[in-house]
Design a protein around this ligand. Structure first.
Ligand code: GLN
Length: 378
């Protein structure tokens, strides 16, 4: 066959997790916890199954779950979404992202992404015949240079993809970024895809600048969120997308033929679980403790810590250790030192390598201790 994605290989998450499994390395690469989700949540899934919620859910998702999401969004960010027409439950954030891109991107449409970027954005754009316009962000702060964004914009620009808190760099959008973005898209036909799957993982008392806080931005945005991250259940592959009705209509045209609907009992369970806001309000403290603990450990190593404002990733530079490419170094470290990480160059489409590795700290304290012990010998 003629490949539709000739430049695309296997995702780095699969490669590094497989390497960790093969070598027995501590897996701080792919982002997922090594502790279990709440027993209460598991019990709620069991209950939903026992109560007979085992057949197809409505195409857009179980209504009680969409209602809880609408309430939570209004409470946290002030935006009012109609659960009937503006919220759809998806099989994780990645499906929501793919669906949103495929719903609106036509051949030759340009999409601006900021790299390092989560690796599913560019392939989805290309598959639709769209053109990726990437802007490289630089360590240590990885801030968006908005004057560069302005220069990229022309009549073909269809969408800007944002991700805050940001994977892999752990940076967040600040109010100044929102102001710049608002000025840029004003009076332009530009959509926003806002990947907010780490919305609850934000530290040091910072607030999450969801597009849902800003009516002019919200009106042109697909907002993507996930339950896997906040509820420590990445394997459940459940998330959602919110968008104004004119966008959600197009989104559902794709969603219905991509997955039709998402598994039913988990939707009932999460709808019940979300009734108590403690289930997500304590997350910043929970993860900040892990972040601080891991950073303190890493301070005893030769790695240079980069800032971490959100998400459950900590990036490091390693100039004091080697000048090897990050991919080579990550593989060697997994094999020889027993710690798997993600080389951040995998998130640049243009071969940029700042010699940065990403570690996931959503791990038990013993795991972090063991990892730091090994990293001290690197
Ligand atoms: N979001 C997770 C990460 O960044 C992994 C997602 C995936 O494996 N596709 O590690």
């Amino acid at each position: 066959v003629v490949s539709k994605l000739p430049q695309t290989g296997t995702t780095i998450f699969t490669i590094m997790s497989a390497l960790a499994n093969d070598t027995g390395a501590i897996n701080l690469s792919q982002g997922f916890p090594d502790y279990d989700c709440s027993p209460e949540l598991i019990e709620l899934v069991n209950q939903a199954m026992k109560n007979g919620h085992n057949q197809y859910a409505p195409m857009a998702g179980v209504m009680s779950l969409r209602e809880r999401i609408a309430e939570k969004t209004e409470k946290l960010y002030g935006a009012v979404y109609n659960p009937d027409t503006e919220i759809t439950i998806t099989a994780g954030g990645t499906q929501a992202i793919f669906t949103a891109i495929s719903a609106v991107i036509h051949p030759n449409d340009e999409v601006i992404i900021f790299e390092p970027a989560f690796d599913c954005y560019a392939p989805a754009i290309k598959l639709m015949g769209g053109v990726v316009k990437s802007l490289a962000l630089e360590p240590p702060n990885y801030r968006i240079a908005w004057d560069m964004v302005k220069r990229l914009i022309n009549h073909k620009t269809k969408m800007i993809i944002l991700n805050s808190p940001h994977n892999p760099t752990s940076t967040i959008l600040h109010k100044e970024d929102i102001d710049e973005l608002s000025a840029i898209v004003k009076n332009q036909d530009i959509l926003i895809l806002s990947d907010e799957v780490y919305e609850h993982l934000i530290y040091d008392g910072e607030i999450h600048h969801s597009m849902a806080r800003y009516p002019e931005l919200q009106q042109r945005s697909f907002i993507v969120a996930s339950f896997g991250k906040p509820f420590h259940a990445t394997g459940w592959k459940i998330g959602y997308c919110m968008a104004p009705e004119y966008l959600m209509q197009e989104f559902r045209k794709i969603h219905q033929f991509l997955v039709f609907a998402v598994n039913t009992p988990i939707q009932y369970a999460i709808a019940e679980y979300l009734k108590r806001e403690e289930t997500y309000m304590g997350l910043p403290d929970f993860f900040q403790q892990k972040r601080d603990y891991f950073r303190k450990g890493l301070e005893q190593t030769r790695f240079e810590l980069l800032p971490c404002f959100g998400s459950y990733f900590q990036s490091v530079r390693y100039n004091a250790i080697t000048h090897d490419k990050d991919a080579e170094f990550a593989i060697r470290m997994a094999k020889e030192n027993g710690v798997a990480s993600i080389p951040v160059s995998a998130f640049y489409t243009k071969g940029i390598d700042h010699h940065v590795l990403r570690f996931c700290f959503a791990k038990r304290q013993e795991t972090l201790d063991k990892a730091v012990d090994r990293l001290m010998k690197v």
